[in-house]
Design a protein around this ligand. Structure first.
Ligand SMILES: *Cc1c(COP(=O)(O)O)cnc(C)c1O
Length: 451
């Protein structure tokens, strides 16, 4: 386990002299920052150990498991056992936001509906489930119980459940990762424990317990829950710990989204190239989900895709890590920021160092937004499009207007002329909400100011 330095007040004062954005960040003001270090793809990938082959390998593995999913999760049959989500335009929302912001956004607003992903209703159904499948396959192949050419529907049997029952899986999670890891691990037959921080919702704990998952609760924040889970696994060779902060497998599972989205856009006759730029806005917590997806998108679309991360004003950990270049050596708490947000999944004070280092030269920018804005966007989307998301999933929604309004020379630097922007697609990644119970959703809708 690694320990992290703490920054004294004078060290932070020193740092903010060379990094003036820290002032509004500490004042919890919404900020936008466009990355001056963004590199062309080729150059950005030098020194990155992960390749397109690794992502293709992950996609092939998910393909092998498709027959298992068809057998065990009926709602995956429509897409032949592949866990993927719809992509749709949201013109009424685009118009309503243009009116609200007194603007006229050029281009088309799209929504990627990861709230509708089967099994766990959030983006975590990509990386989280993938990592468990990767682990299960490795164990079964090694034991000689399974062959790559088998029909994986075989895994839905007492023989395999008994085999996996000799092993356990552990994860530290604020919620959605726990749901994904917990549900798929329990189904396969693993013993599984989810270590949860104090801010985790009761309904998520109850849901997990109903699947036979052991929920361990902590009266502290997410990083403590993760540390405890990791410590438990270290002492047990039969236990696999899903390390949200450093996992390459999680990252690759998310990255598969890149080529899938490419096929989906082609199906809808949407072009992406230098003349037809694609902007993608991703809510960011520890970074694995948005980082993996953005990595896959870069491999799929090259420099024609522009990825922007969105974080709560109270938890801007990835912006802080990349902007200062300190990555996981600095936390928002070091700046006196409290990491308190209603956006489950984004309440992370220290970013993944692994993701920050890989993605720093690939990302176009970052912005922060207050909880009240996520809540008000949640209501507006429900009203305009009849789509119900969890608060985190709205973080990407203001992104297109942040790009449109920026005055840091970013659009000029990227060659994003008005003509190109008029042909742009702005894709907001809706990362979750599919599992939120109705009475919880009613509370979300009530806390927001009326649109
Ligand atoms: C986990 C999560 C995110 C962010 O993913 P990270 O890997 O933590 O950065 C965003 N939205 C929702 C709904 C999530 O559950």
């Amino acid at each position: 386990m690694h320990s992290h330095p703490h920054y004294s007040r004078s060290a932070i004062n020193e740092l903010s002299r060379t990094h003036p954005l820290l002032h509004p960040l500490m004042a919890l003001e919404p900020v936008s920052w466009f990355n001056p270090e963004r590199q062309p793809l080729e150059r950005a990938l030098t020194g990155v150990a992960l390749t397109a082959d690794d992502v293709a390998d992950a996609a092939a593995r998910l393909g092998r498991f498709a027959s298992y999913f068809r057998a065990v999760f009926p709602d995956t049959r429509a897409l032949n056992g592949i866990l993927e989500s719809p992509l749709q335009a949201i013109p009424a929302m685009q118009q309503a936001l243009n009116e609200r912001l007194n603007s006229k956004l050029a281009g088309t607003l799209l929504l990627k509906r990861d709230d509708l992903l089967p099994v766990s209703g959030s983006i975590k159904a990509r990386g989280g489930i993938y990592e468990v499948l990767h682990h299960a396959e490795k164990l079964a192949l090694k034991a000689g119980l399974l062959h790559l050419t088998d029909d994986y529907a075989r895994l839905d049997s007492d023989e395999f459940r008994n085999f996996f029952g000799r092993y356990s899986v552990a994860v530290g999670s604020t919620g959605n990762l726990g749901l994904s890891i917990g549900i798929i691990s329990a189904r396969l037959g693993f013993k599984v424990s989810v270590h949860m921080s104090a801010d985790a919702r009761e309904w998520k704990k109850a849901l997990l317990r109903s699947h036979g998952v052991t929920v361990v609760e902590y009266q502290s924040d997410y990083s403590v829950a993760v540390a405890e889970g990791r410590a438990e696994a270290l002492n047990d060779p039969y236990c696999h710990f899903v390390d949200d902060e450093n996992s390459v497998q999680l990252f690759l599972g998310y990255a598969v989204a890149g080529l899938r989205l490419k096929a989906q856009l082609e199906q809808q006759s949407i072009r992406v190239d230098r003349e037809h730029p694609l902007f993608v806005y991703l809510p960011c917590g520890v970074g694995g989900g948005p980082g993996g997806v953005a990595f896959g998108l870069k491999l799929a679309f090259g420099d024609a895709v522009h990825c922007v991360f969105a974080e709560p004003t109270h938890s801007p950990c990835m912006l802080l890590g990349v902007y200062t270049g300190l990555h996981d050596a600095i936390s928002v708490q070091d700046l006196g920021i409290d990491n308190c947000t209603a956006a489950d999944g984004l309440a992370v004070g220290r970013p993944s160092g692994f993701v920050g280092r890989v993605m720093a030269p690939l990302l176009d920018g970052f912005y922060t937004l207050p909880d009240e804005e996520m809540m008000s966007l949640l209501s507006l989307l429900a009203k305009q499009e009849n789509i119900y998301l969890e608060p985190s999933a709205l973080a990407g929604m203001p992104g297109p207007w942040r790009v449109e309004g920026e005055e840091q020379g970013y659009r000029e630097r990227m060659g994003l002329t008005p003509a190109r922007l008029a042909r742009a697609h702005h894709l907001v990644w809706a990362t979750g909400g599919g599992m939120v119970p109705e009475e919880e959703m009613a509370k979300y809708l009530n806390t927001s100011c009326k649109p």
